[in-house]
Design a protein around this ligand. Structure first.
Ligand code: DC
Length: 233
């Protein structure tokens, strides 16, 4: 492929399976991965550490613009994230961090401050971009746009399992409530609301296994990016 590096965008609400799919696609294609949600989580964490109210738009945007963050894949293949030199990979995955991220993500100046940082991830051989507005705002010219959806109850169950595996104890009912609140905020906000791009392909993952979702995405990628059928199959 000539010119600019190709991008596959994967958008949708939390707990829908985007993270797993994106990791799988990035490994399979040997492409870079952008976890844009992590940037909003890191911004919220950095703002809280500076004792800033999360609705102080210009101050939080200034924090976003100067975020001292590093993403690196460890020898274990797991993504390690450091903020101001401190490993925060686990800290930013909590529900509290997710809710704080959703609050700062509603602020247009914060989104603007993170825009170019996200676009800079677009490098050869290609990028898998995971988020809410990857296909609509950050990479509107992406070669392939996928949008995943799933029932709220199912997403809460998946998230509960994930948190329990990481020894984080949250009740399922509370989780379902928080997911619904976060969805409402992400969908209803004026700046880059969560919505599929007009040219996105939507998949309901409620009754699908991870393998089925990956297989579906791989078929779409192969068609759209003209990947030969013998590509590591
Ligand atoms: O994907 P995640 O759960 O890590 O995202 C955390 C929050 O960040 C989510 O509630 C909405 C926000 N977000 C966003 O507004 N735009 C993105 N591209 C990614 C995340």
């Amino acid at each position: 492929m000539n010119g600019i590096a190709p991008v596959i965008t994967v958008d949708g609400p939390s707990g829908v399976g985007k993270g797993t799919l994106c990791q799988w696609l990035a490994t399979r294609l040997g492409w870079r991965l952008l976890d844009s949600g992590a940037l909003y989580r890191l911004t919220a964490l950095a703002a809280q550490r500076r004792c800033l109210p999360l609705d102080d738009e210009s101050s939080v945007a200034a924090v976003a613009a100067e975020l001292a963050v590093e993403f690196s894949a460890g020898t274990d293949g797991v993504l390690h994230i450091t903020l101001d030199g401190e490993e925060v990979s686990t800290t930013i995955r909590s529900e509290t961090a997710g809710n704080a991220a959703s609050q700062v993500a509603a602020l247009p100046q914060v989104r603007a401050a993170l825009l170019q940082r996200q676009r800079d991830f677009r490098q050869r051989p290609g990028l898998i971009a995971d988020g809410r507005d990857m296909g609509t705002v950050v990479f509107p010219d992406a070669q392939l746009k996928l949008f995943l959806i799933a029932d709220t109850g199912e997403r809460a169950r998946r998230r509960h399992k994930q948190l329990s595996e990481n020894d984080m104890d949250v009740s399922l009912a509370a989780l379902e409530r928080e997911i619904a609140e976060r969805d409402a905020r992400d969908v209803q906000r004026a700046a880059a609301p969560l919505t599929p791009a007009a040219d996105a392909t939507v998949l309901d993952t409620t009754a699908k296994s991870i393998a089925q979702v990956c297989e579906w995405a791989w078929r779409q990628a192969r068609q759209r990016l003209q990947i030969p059928t013998n590509h590591r199959d």
